[in-house]
Design a protein around this ligand. Structure first.
Ligand code: ADP
Ligand code: ZN
Ligand code: ZN
Length: 728
C-alpha cells in the first residue's frame, strides 16, 4: 500500500500538526483541503497542511481521515505558505493559525457551494415611487433611494443603515416595491470619475505605479485630508486595469463607511470581509475573493489570509492603528503579515497614515520602505492651528476651561460645529465616600467602577461586571457619596446646561450600543445636525465632519505619565487624528488641548514640530532605551485564579530559557502585570527582549513547545505575544 501521510492542522493548543492516513477509497488528498478527522474522543475539522511519506507515529497508531470535505483545496499553496510563516513567526499552535484563515462556516465543516446570496432589487412599481413621498418612513425612503443606485441589486453590505433597516426592507418587499433575487455575492456599481490629482499625489501614484509587478513597500505619510485615499484609488484603477485584485486592510470597517463608498466609485466588484457580517454573507464574500470575482477586497485583520488568486496590490490604511493587531488568541499583526504576503506574492504594499508608527518610520529610515509624502491638504483646505489651554488653577471639578467655552461660543455663533474629545465613557470614573474614603471597586479586577447615571449602574470597564449604585456607603453608612472625575455622560449633562440652545450629540460605546445607532449618529453629525459633538476614540478615526471648525481634547494629560513606552507615540497620534477632523472644508479649523501640564516638553514639540517632531524624538529615546523598534520584544503572559501559580509558571519558563541558552535575549521578570487582577484572575508576565530577531526566534522556537510540557503550565492559562503592542 502506498504510505501517504496527511499532516493536518487541527484546532488545539499544541504547537504541532497531526498525522493521519487518507481514506482508503481516496488516497490522494491535496494540501489545502479540509478533512473530518477523529481527534481524541471527538471529531474535528482540520486542514491538510502537508503530505508526507512517513510519520513519526508507528503505523498501528495512525488513524484514518473520516472524510474529505473539499474536492479541491479551499486554501491555495500561497496561503498555506503564508500560514506556515505566520505560525513560525508568532510561535503559535498551527491548528489555530489555520483556523484564523477560514470563515466560521468553513471551520464548522460546511460544504462550499457556489456563492449565491440574497440581494434586493427595485421592482417596476418600486422604481416609480418617489422616496420624497415617504417622509413618514425615513428608513424606507433611504432604502429606496439607495437601491436606485444598484440596478443589479444590492446585498445587506450595501443596504445596512440606521436602525431596523431589515424591518423597513421587509415592508418594502410586502408592498411589492422591492424584490429579493438570488445573485452573485458581489456586483459592480457604475464607475465615477475621481479628482484630478495634485502634483504630490501624482508623484505618489507614479512611484507606486512604477513598482507594480514586483515587491516594494511604500509608506504613504499624508496629513489627514491630504488625499491618501485618492492616491489609493488611482493606483487601484491601474491594478484593476491589469486584471488584478486589490486587498485593502482597515482597522475597523464600521468606522470607515466613507472609505468603502469611495472604493465603490471605481465600479469594480467589491467584497467586504469583517466580523459584523452574518456567517453566510461572510462566506459568500470570502468565496468571491477566492474565486477572483471580487476585484477589490476590503477587510479587517483576518482578511489578510483570504485567498486572492490574482493579487496585484495590498493597501493598509491607518497602518499605525493598534486594531490591526489581534490582541487575543493568535496574536498577529495584520500589517506585518500583509507586508510578508506582498513580498511572497511579489506585489507592492502601501502603508498609509497621517501618523505612521515608529516601526514603519524606522523601516523608511532604513530604506526598507519608500517614503511618500503628502504635506498639504488636498482641495485647498488649510491645516488647523493647535494650542494648549492651561487648566492649572481651575478646580479639578471643572472639566471645561473658560477659554475653551468662549472659543466654543465663537465657533457656534459663526455656524461651525464643535467636536469635543474625551476618552472616558460613563458619568464619573470614581464614586467615593466623603465620610470614610471608600471607593467603588470591582470585586474581580484591580480597578474602580464607573458610574453610569442613565442606567443607574456602577460598571467595570475591564470585565463588564456591574452592580447597583449604593445609596449609602457600604462601609460606614454615610450618605455623602461624591462623584469624582468626568466621563462623556457627565460632560453631556453639563453641556446641556451651559449650551442649552444647541444640539448635542454624544458618540461613544454606550450611545451606540443599538445596531445601526453609530451610523445614525455619524450621519446626523456629518449632515451638520449636531452642533456640539462629544465623543470617545470612536470619533477620532476615519470620519469626515466637514462642518467642524473647532476640536477640543478635554483631558490630554493621561498619556503624558504612563509607564508604557508607547504612550507618547499614541498620544501624539490620537491628537493629530482628532485634530484632523477639524476644518476639512472651506473653513479653517482650530484645535484646543486642555492640559494641567502645559509646560511639558511634549506640547512644544507637537505644536511646533508636529507629529514628525514627536516621532523623531520618541524614536531617539527608544533607541537610547533600547525599546522597539530598536529592539524586539516577546511577552509571555500567564494567568490563574490564584496569585502564586502564574509567577511560578513564569519562573519555571525563565529557568527553561536559561537551560536552552538565551544568548542575545534579555529576560525581564517575571513580574505581576500592571493591573494584576482582572476578571477574577491574577496575571503575570515575562518579557523577552533582543536586538537581533534571529536570537529571539531561536530561543522561542525551543522554548514555546517546551512550555507545553511544563506541569506548572497546567495550572495557568498562558500565551505568547510576539511584537506585543500592549505590555498589559
Ligand atoms: P485622506 O485619505 O488623506 O484623509 P482624502 O483622499 O479623503 O484624504 O481627501 C480629502 C478630501 O479632499 C476628500 O474630500 C477628497 O475628495 C478631496 N480630494 C482629494 N484629492 C483631491 C484633489 N486632487 N483635488 C481636489 N480634492 C481632492
Ligand atoms: Zn464611608
Ligand atoms: Zn472588573
Amino acid at each position: 500500500m502506498d504510505s501517504c501521510i496527511l499532516r493536518v492542522a487541527i484546532p488545539s493548543p499544541l504547537r504541532r500538526f497531526f498525522d493521519y492516513l487518507p481514506p482508503a477509497a481516496q488516497p490522494d488528498v491535496a494540501v489545502g483541503c479540509r478533512v473530518w478527522v477523529p481527534f481524541g474522543r471527538t471529531r474535528q475539522v482540520g486542514v491538510v497542511a502537508a503530505v508526507a511519506d512517513r510519520s513519526e507515529l508507528p503505523p498501528e497508531r495512525l488513524r484514518r481521515v473520516e472524510a474529505v470535505i473539499d474536492p479541491t483545496p479551499v486554501l491555495p499553496p500561497s496561503v498555506t505558505a503564508l500560514l506556515y510563516w505566520a505560525a513560525g513567526y508568532y510561535h503559535h499552535p498551527p491548528g489555530e493559525v489555520w483556523q484564523a484563515a477560514l470563515p466560521v462556516a468553513l471551520r464548522r465543516g460546511e460544504v462550499l457551494r457556489p456563492p449565491r446570496i440574497t440581494r434586493w432589487q427595485l421592482s417596476e412599481a418600486g422604481r416609480a415611487v418617489d422616496p420624497a413621498t415617504l417622509a413618514r418612513a425615513p428608513r424606507q425612503a433611504a432604502l429606496l433611494a439607495r437601491l436606485a443606485a444598484f440596478p443589479d441589486g444590492a446585498g445587506s453590505d450595501e443596504l445596512a443603515g440606521e436602525g431596523d433597516w431589515r424591518g423597513a426592507l421587509r415592508t418594502l418587499c410586502d408592498k411589492g416595491w422591492v424584490v429579493p433575487i438570488e445573485g452573485a455575492a458581489v456586483v459592480a456599481t457604475a464607475a465615477q470619475p475621481g479628482h484630478p490629482l495634485n502634483p504630490e499625489q501624482q508623484r505618489a501614484v507614479d512611484a507606486i505605479g512604477a513598482g507594480l509587478g514586483g515587491f516594494a513597500a511604500f509608506l504613504l505619510e499624508g496629513i489627514t485630508g491630504s488625499g491618501k485615499t485618492e492616491v489609493y484609488l488611482h493606483v487601484v484603477e491601474r491594478v484593476l486595469a491589469a486584471g488584478h485584485q486589490v486587498l485593502v486592510l482597515v482597522p475597523e470597517i464600521g468606522l470607515t463607511p466613507q472609505l468603502v463608498a469611495r472604493f465603490r466609485r471605481l465600479g469594480a466588484p467589491l467584497a467586504l470581509l469583517h466580523s459584523d457580517l452574518a456567517s453566510g454573507e461572510r462566506l459568500a464574500a470570502w468565496q468571491a475573493a477566492a474565486d477572483g470575482s471580487a476585484r477589490i477586497v476590503i477587510g479587517t485583520r483576518s482578511a489578510v489570509f483570504t485567498p486572492l488568486p490574482r493579487l496585484g496590490l495590498v493597501i493598509i490604511d491607518e497602518e499605525h492603528d493598534a486594531s490591526l493587531k489581534q490582541q487575543e488568541g493568535f496574536r498577529y499583526s495584520a500589517r506585518d503579515v500583509a507586508v510578508w504576503r506582498a513580498r511572497q506574492c511579489a506585489v507592492p504594499v502601501v502603508l498609509g497614515s497621517a501618523t505612521p508608527s515608529l516601526e514603519s518610520l524606522a523601516n523608511a529610515e532604513a530604506g526598507r520602505y519608500h517614503l511618500l509624502h503628502l504635506p498639504q491638504r488636498a482641495g485647498g483646505a488649510s491645516s488647523p492651528t493647535l494650542r494648549v489651554v492651561d487648566m492649572r488653577g481651575l478646580s479639578v471639578r471643572e472639566p471645561l476651561a473658560p477659554a475653551l467655552e468662549t472659543t466654543m461660543r465663537e465657533h457656534l455663533q459663526a455656524g461651525g460645529q464643535v467636536l469635543l474629545f474625551l476618552n472616558r465613557r460613563g458619568f464619573a470614573p470614581v464614586q467615593m465616600c466623603g465620610g470614610c474614603g471608600w471607593v467603588g471597586e470591582c470585586r474581580r479586577c484591580d480597578a474602580r467602577l464607573t458610574l453610569h447615571r442613565r442606567e443607574h449602574r456602577l460598571r467595570c470597564h475591564h470585565c463588564g461586571a456591574e452592580q447597583r449604585v449604593p445609596e449609602q456607603c457600604p462601609t460606614c453608612g454615610s450618605s455623602e457619596l461624591v462623584l469624582l472625575g468626568h466621563g462623556t455622560e457627565r460632560i453631556e449633562a453639563l453641556l446641556q446646561e451651559r449650551f442649552a440652545d444647541h444640539v448635542i450629540l454624544r458618540i461613544d460605546r454606550d450611545s451606540t450600543r443599538r445596531r445601526g445607532a453609530l451610523e445614525g449618529l455619524l450621519a446626523q453629525a456629518q449632515a451638520g445636525h449636531g452642533e456640539i459633538l462629544l465623543g470617545t476614540q470612536m470619533v477620532a478615526k476615519g470620519h469626515h465632519f466637514p462642518g467642524v471648525t473647532l476640536v477640543a481634547v478635554l483631558d490630554a494629560d493621561q498619556g503624558l505619565f504612563s509607564a508604557d513606552f508607547r504612550a507618547p507615540e499614541r498620544l501624539a497620534q490620537l491628537i493629530v487624528q482628532v485634530a484632523g477632523r477639524a476644518g476639512r472644508a472651506e473653513r479653517p479649523g482650530e484645535v484646543v488641548i486642555q492640559s494641567r501640564q502645559p509646560a511639558h516638553p511634549f506640547w512644544s514639540r507637537l505644536l511646533e514640530g508636529g507629529y514628525r517632531r514627536v516621532a523623531a524624538d520618541e524614536l531617539a529615546e527608544r533607541r537610547a532605551a533600547c525599546w522597539p523598534p530598536a529592539s524586539l520584544l516577546a511577552l509571555l503572559r500567564a494567568e490563574a485564579t490564584g496569585q502564586a501559580a502564574p509567577l511560578a509558571f513564569l519562573e519555571q519558563a525563565a529557568r527553561l530559557a536559561r537551560q536552552i541558552g538565551h544568548d542575545g535575549v534579555d529576560l525581564m521578570g517575571p513580574l505581576p502585570a500592571p493591573m494584576e487582577r482582572r476578571a477574577g484572575r491574577y496575571r503575570a508576565q515575562l518579557l523577552l527582549q533582543a536586538t537581533r530577531r534571529s536570537d529571539l526566534h531561536r530561543l522561542l522556537a525551543a522554548l514555546a513547545p517546551a512550555l507545553e510540557g511544563l506541569a506548572e503550565g497546567r495550572r495557568v492559562r498562558w500565551s505568547l505575544d510576539v511584537d506585543p503592542l500592549e505590555l498589559f
